[in-house]
Ligand binder design. Structure first.
Ligand SMILES: Cc1ncc(COP(=O)(O)OP(=O)(O)O)c(N)n1
Ligand SMILES: Cc1nc(C(=O)O)sc1CCOP(=O)(O)O
Ligand SMILES: [Mg+2]
Length: 225
C-alpha cells in the first residue's frame, strides 16, 4: 500500500500544447494551479520524447509542495527515471491500452500509487479485483472533450454516478469537467475531478484552479475564500 496520503479531489492533468499556447511552460502552469488549490497533478505527454517527458516531470516535481500528489501518465520508465533522479513522484496512471496493471505494479513497487482508466462495469470490476492493487480509477468521459481524440463516449452525470457506485475503488471523473460539475461529482461519491483544458488553456490557471477548488471544497477551506 502507498505510504503517501493521496488527495485526488482537484486533479490537474497537464497538456504541453495547451500550456504553450498560453505562453507558459507546464511547470509554470502547475505552479499557478497549485497556488489556486489543485491537490494532484498528472503529467501527460503524448508527443514528447522520453528525455523531454522526464525533464518536465523533474521541473514539475521541483515546484510542487509535498502535499500535492504527482502522477506520471503511461510511462513507467519515466516514473522510474524521475525516482532515480531523486524526484518526489507518487505514481503512474495507465489506461486499458497501456501496460497491464500487474506489469506496472511489478515495476513501480508496492508503495507507488497506481491509477487505471475504466469506462465500463466490466473494466471497473476487473480493476477492483486486480491483484496488482489498483489504487483508484479514472472514469470518463464525463462530457465530450476536444483534448483526447479517442476518449470514450460521454457518460453524463447519471452515467458517471452509476459507474462510480459500481466501483469498489476511489473514482475520479475526467473529460470536459468544469467547476459546475463538481458539487454533483462530490455528492455522487467521486474521489475527485480531473481537468486538462479547464486549467491548462485558461487565461489565468490560478483563478481557474481556484474555481475548481472552491466548487469542490466550498469555502470551508479558508485559503480558498
Ligand atoms: C485520471 C485519469 N483518468 C483517465 C485518464 C485516461 O487514461 P488513458 O485511457 O490511458 O488515456 P491517455 O491519458 O493515456 O490518453 C487519465 N489520463 N487520467
Ligand atoms: C486524458 C483524458 N482521458 C479521458 C477519458 O475519458 O478517459 S478524457 C481526457 C481529456 C480531458 O481533457 P479536458 O479536461 O480538456 O476535457
Ligand atoms: Mg494511457
Amino acid at each position: 500500500m502507498t505510504t503517501t496520503p493521496v488527495d485526488l479531489s482537484v486533479y490537474l492533468v497537464t497538456d504541453t500544447a495547451q500550456c504553450t499556447a498560453r505562453g507558459r511552460s507546464v511547470a509554470e502552469t502547475v505552479a499557478l494551479a497549485v497556488a489556486g488549490g489543485v491537490t494532484a497533478v498528472q503529467i501527460r505527454e503524448k508527443h514528447a520524447t522520453g528525455r523531454e517527458f522526464l525533464r518536465t516531470v523533474l521541473e514539475v516535481a521541483d515546484v510542487l509542495p509535498e502535499r500535492v500528489t504527482l502522477i506520471v501518465n503511461d510511462r513507467v520508465d519515466v516514473y522510474l527515471a524521475a525516482r532515480s533522479a531523486g524526484a518526489r513522484v507518487t505514481g503512474v496512471h495507465v489506461g486499458q491500452s497501456d501496460l497491464p496493471p500487474a506489469a506496472v505494479r511489478d515495476m513501480i513497487g508496492e508503495h507507488a500509487v497506481l491509477g487505471l482508466s475504466a469506462a465500463t462495469p466490466d473494466q471497473l470490476r476487473a480493476a477492483a479485483e486486480d491483484p496488482a492493487r489498483v489504487h483508484h480509477v479514472g472514469i470518463g468521459a464525463l462530457h465530450a472533450t476536444r483534448t483526447k481524440a479517442d476518449a470514450p463516449a460521454p457518460l453524463g452525470h447519471a452515467g458517471f454516478a452509476r459507474l462510480a457506485r459500481l466501483s469498489g475503488l476511489p473514482a475520479v471523473a475526467i473529460g470536459g469537467v468544469t467547476p459546475a460539475d463538481l458539487p454533483f461529482l462530490r455528492d455522487s461519491g467521486a474521489a475527485g475531478a480531473a481537468a486538462v483544458s479547464g486549467i491548462c488553456a485558461a487565461e489565468d490557471p490560478r483563478a481557474s484552479a481556484r474555481a475548481y477548488a472552491r466548487a469542490w471544497f466550498g469555502t470551508r477551506n479558508e485559503s480558498l475564500a
